[in-house]
Ligand binder design. Structure first.
Ligand code: SIN
Length: 356
């Protein structure tokens, strides 16, 4: 009798254990999708309309419903944060988005975040978030090059991949990631490289960090520059960012743009120089005058790859200029804005450009 009872107890125990193991096996991560618009939420007149469509028309619930497979890999919830084409993304949008991301990630029931975004400024939003998100949990920015109505639309597979990535343990602590075209890129280094093709996102020389294959991320590299919880930037109490603009160099350029930007109130200027960040003779005096007025000048390059050498094409020590390291002009603008929220000391700002 006693034997029978303990056999029964053992059976109940094993049954419960099997149930617990099974429940563990199917425990899905909780991923929040924050939708901001872009082509991934765009619609065209016909299935062959891949240019001349309207971006930012489909809502977040429709985006999720279009990929029912997502519900097998994560518990997803969606929020429509904005509904814009990303050429209209502003500093204020970024602050709103970053604050929402930080609130969500501070909740124990959120494991990761996906942000759907237009591709035109996707790399900028990703880098901004990379500097101000205060969590090690995955944040993945995703878009598409073809609208949702197009033949072979890339939005659904990109969204599916992004959700997998945002819910994965392998993505924890890697900073903000961009998932496009089965590839994983680090926010700092990725850029849109082609106006229209689906393989437009590239981290040309430094290289992407991994692939998405069969619904799983595979990582091969790590970012070495500090990000997220390791940065000194805090946007929780900010409603505006300092005005920083970019002046672009080209043959025959003068000083009109630099003077106009300074007159319009720029606190910082990124000069997108030619070659190794060279300063055309007709532009340099305006930059020097701007610096004398207290505007912080960052020397960057329009080339797209490589380090802008400090004291290379200009005597930065003497001019009291900062160099952008490998950041593109549009990303140097973001770091300079955030740097100016902390200090106007150019040595300290240069340190930040070599840190982030
Ligand atoms: C946009 O950036 O909002 C439009 C272009 C795109 O998403 O590909």
């Amino acid at each position: 009798m006693l034997f029978q009872k303990s056999k029964h107890t053992l059976f109940v125990f094993l049954f419960a254990l099997a149930g617990a193991v099974q429940a563990q096996a199917v425990k899905l991560p909780n991923v929040t999708i924050l939708a901001t618009g872009g082509t991934i939420a765009g619609t065209g007149a016909t299935s062959t309309t891949t240019v001349g469509y309207t971006a930012a028309t489909v809502g977040v619930q429709a985006l999720i419903q279009a990929v029912p497979e997502i519900t097998k890999v994560a518990n997803v919830s969606g929020e429509q944060v904005f509904q814009i084409a990303s050429e209209n993304m502003s500093n204020e949008h970024w602050l709103t988005l970053a604050k929402r991301v930080n609130v969500l990630l501070s909740q124990p029931n959120v494991d990761g975040i996906v942000i759907t975004h237009g591709t035109d400024t996707l790399e900028e939003t990703a880098y901004f978030l990379n500097l101000v998100v205060k969590s090690r949990k995955p944040v993945v920015v995703v878009g598409s090059m073809r609208p949702s109505t197009a033949l072979s639309a890339d939005g659904p597979i990109n969204l599916y991949n992004a959700v997998q990535l945002a819910g994965s343990q392998a993505a924890v602590g890697r900073g903000v990631l961009v998932a496009m075209n089965d590839q994983i890129h680090a926010a700092r280094d990725v850029t849109k490289s082609n106006t229209t093709t689906a393989d437009t996102f590239r981290t040309a020389e430094l290289g992407m960090v991994g692939y998405l294959q069969g619904g799983k991320p595979f990582f091969y590299r790590d970012v070495t520059r500090k990000h997220t919880v390791e940065t000194e930037f805090d946007v929780s109490k900010l409603d505006v960012l300092p005005q920083v603009d970019v002046a672009y160099a080209y043959a025959n350029v003068g000083d009109v743009a630099v003077k106009a930007l300074v007159a319009a109130g720029a606190k910082g200027l990124v000069h997108a120089g030619v070659g190794n960040g060279s300063l055309p003779a007709k532009t340099k005096p305006a930059l020097v005058a701007a610096r004398e007025k207290g505007v912080v000048i960052v020397r960057s390059a329009r080339v797209g790859q490589g380090i802008v050498a400090r004291n290379g094409e200009a005597n930065d020590d003497q001019l009291d200029f900062v160099v952008s390291d490998t950041l593109s002009p549009q990303k140097a603008r973001i770091l300079l804005m955030l740097a100016l929220t902390k200090t106007s000391d150019t040595k300290d700002i240069q340190r930040m450009f070599y840190t982030y």
